[in-house]
Design a protein. Structure first.
Length: 345
């Protein structure tokens, strides 16, 4: 009998224990549900702000991009530019720059006709003075003569000038250039990747290399990832140094298709939605490859505007980032406080 009574008592104790565990579990589940109901909205808001902060940083990186620019400077005005080169470049959506000197002048024998010269300008091509080395010691006379020629024929005076073979002398030439409205000075570059970035002042300086030099592919890759850089590629028709070769030139242009910016570099969409301007999406984890072929005037203005807006962009980004950081930190504090209260109940 005692054993039966003990067994009954044991079963009663087990039943009471079971009921206690069930009740405690129910209370625990209810507490956890209340905890989740209190924490979940805070956690969701924190995650939303963290995503917003990530998007802000990605947008900021894109907005700060100042795509590198290049120019094709044709230092000889042979008619092949219009008949052979122009159609190819037009098909690729890019323009060139026509180099004009005393010997290479529209309308002269073997050069572009005046109508061809004007047609290229109407299609967005730029112009650039090319200093004749024969006038190395009489620059003022040469510049005056070229100004008179342009005025006589009703052409707009170029705002860029190319000095081949280290013929540029700032002490003698700068005052004349600035007074005449020249904005860009092009000199020979030692290679295609050093000194490609220069400040846009009264005179903006950039370097020139032949379009077919060894190593151009690697240098172009560097340019696509560099902000604010510029490089000039000289092209001639008959000079073996940088002579135009149809197949090689076409292959070079084709190799740029994946990162070539085709819209105006002054368009705000270039920096705000760069991936829409090139063929293929950019990996958000790596810098977007961007390159623009344009005139000197467009390149200079784009780099000037980018430099001017950089400071204000930095300040605005820092303000927005600090605001998001503060909101996220406040939410983290609220979440931690809820957990601390729950643990001490």
């Amino acid at each position: 009998m005692k054993r039966v009574i003990l067994l009954i008592l044991a079963l009663c104790l087990l039943g009471v224990g079971y009921m206690y565990v069930r009740r405690a579990d129910a209370i625990g589940q209810w507490d956890i549900q209340n905890l989740s109901a209190e924490v979940e909205p805070l956690q969701q808001e924190k995650e939303r702000l963290e995503k917003q902060r990530t998007a802000l940083n990605e947008e900021y990186t894109t907005l700060l991009r100042d795509p590198s620019t290049i120019q094709f400077l044709f230092r000889q005005l042979n008619e092949e530019i219009f008949t052979d080169v122009y159609p190819l470049m037009r098909d690729h959506g890019i323009v060139g720059v026509l180099g004009v000197s005393t010997q290479q002048y529209p309308g002269r024998r073997g050069c572009l006709s005046k109508s061809q010269f004007s047609r290229l300008q109407m299609d967005g091509w730029g112009t650039c003075l090319v200093f004749d080395l024969d006038y190395r010691y009489n620059f003022a006379y040469w510049f005056t003569y070229m100004s008179q020629q342009f005025t006589r024929d009703g052409y707009t005076m170029p705002k860029a000038i190319f000095f081949p073979d280290n013929s540029y002398d700032p002490e003698i030439m700068d005052e004349t250039l600035i007074a005449a409205g020249i904005e860009t000075v092009v000199v020979n570059a030692e290679d295609g990747h050093s000194a490609t970035i220069s400040k846009v002042d009264a005179l903006w300086f950039t370097g020139a290399m032949p379009w077919n030099y060894t190593g151009i592919s690697n240098d172009i890759q560097l340019l696509t990832l560099t902000d604010g850089a510029n490089l000039v590629f000289t092209v001639s028709i008959k000079d073996m140094w940088d002579a135009y070769e149809p197949e090689s030139f076409a292959a070079l242009l084709d190799s740029w298709n994946e990162y070539l910016v085709r819209e105006s570099i002054l368009d705000s969409s270039v920096v705000s939605n760069g991936s829409a301007l090139i063929n293929g999406a950019a990996d958000s984890q790596t810098p977007q490859q961007l390159l623009k072929v344009c005139t000197f005037e467009d390149a200079r203005e784009a780099h000037r505007l980018a430099a001017e807006s950089r400071d204000s962009l930095v300040r605005e980004h820092e303000r927005q980032q600090a605001e998001l950081d503060a909101q996220i930190e406040e939410l983290e504090g609220k979440i931690n406080a809820v957990y601390n209260d729950w643990n001490h109940q």
